[in-house]
Design a protein around this ligand. Structure first.
Ligand code: SF4
Length: 52
């Protein structure tokens, strides 16, 4: 079953290089100790694993 999580991070080992994540569950964090992201850029995928 193809994941419904769209992702364009091609350098992640879980990315199918077709703009989807292959994991069934991912965790997103705020990137801030306070947990209070204010912009999209302050959110980040904590499930990311570099394949580079
Ligand atoms: S784990 Fe995160 S960064 Fe990696 S492909 Fe999935 S959504 Fe993208």
């Amino acid at each position: 079953m193809q994941s419904t999580v769209g992702c364009s991070v091609n350098s992640c080992k879980y990315n199918d290089k077709g703009r989807h994540c292959t994991l069934q569950d991912i965790t997103i964090g705020s990137g801030q100790d306070s947990g209070e992201a204010r912009t999209k850029k302050e959110t980040e995928c904590e499930s990311f694993v570099s394949e580079i």
